[in-house]
Ligand binder design. Structure first.
Ligand code: BTN
Length: 221
């Protein structure tokens, strides 16, 4: 399926713009909304995603998939690798280089589709804890990266072993971790595996917990 690109200059968030276009029926699977700048970019758990001109801010509209979080992480990782940028995954789908975040993914659902919002620091890292494609030694044009992410997403969706591939790139494995769950509960332990549903298995003092959603910190840098 070829990609239909909707390019805009400035929006509050590509997630909101994509949702609006899905509601009006103007976009569907195989479309992407990309902007130069977001005034209210958002990350997971309601955090702000700083979105100055020069970064990649895009929302891909894709058919729902039970492992879309893993599929998207692997697709962005493979796309960056094609431009010489070696990243690893921090559960569930942060893309990191030496523990510094280079890209993030926010997934929301609307009707029959998933809105896969991807932010990549291309030239600048807007935070001290972050890094960028340039700092990691890569060069890539935004448009080329968008098309490459789409190609990799199409392949990853069809993969028969996306969990296996995801596992090989997961920097979180064997790490001592702290997870903050959506209800505020904190879970600490060692990340031991990913189960077939994409949940992180954490060995705690009280036994192994399967975590499906949460904010993950690696306790060893
Ligand atoms: C995270 O790591 O917390 C997810 C960050 C996702 C940022 C992207 S930028 C494009 C899309 N629009 C948004 O408002 N957020 C996502």
């Amino acid at each position: 399926m070829s990609l239909v690109i909707h390019r805009l200059q400035q929006v509050s968030s590509t997630q909101d713009e994509a949702r609006r276009l899905v509601e009006t029926g103007e976009v569907g699977p195989g479309h992407v909304v990309v902007v130069d700048e977001q005034t209210k970019g958002r990350g997971r758990f309601g955090r702000e995603w700083l979105s100055p001109v020069g970064g990649l801010y895009a929302t891909f509209i894709v058919a729902r998939h039970p492992l879309i979080s893993l599929v998207s992480g692997v697709a962005v990782l493979r796309a960056l690798a094609r431009f010489g940028v070696a990243v690893r995954l921090k559960w569930p789908n942060d893309l990191v280089v030496d523990g510094r975040k280079l890209a993030g993914i926010l997934i929301e659902c609307k009707n029959e589709v998933a809105l896969v919002g991807i932010g990549v620091n291309l030239r600048e890292a807007p935070l001290d804890t972050a890094t960028s494609v340039r700092a990691a030694g890569g060069t890539v044009k935004r448009g080329e990266l968008i098309v490459t992410i789409w190609e990799e997403m199409t392949e990853a969706v069809a993969s028969e072993d996306i969990v296996g591939e995801y596992r090989t790139h997961l920097a979180t494995l064997d790490q001592p971790v702290r997870l903050t769950l959506e209800d505020g509960e904190t879970v600490e332990g060692r990340a031991v595996d990913i189960d077939p549903e994409g949940r992180l298995l954490v060995e705690t003092a009280a036994g192994v917990r399967a975590i499906s959603s949460g904010e993950c910190s690696h306790l060893r840098s």
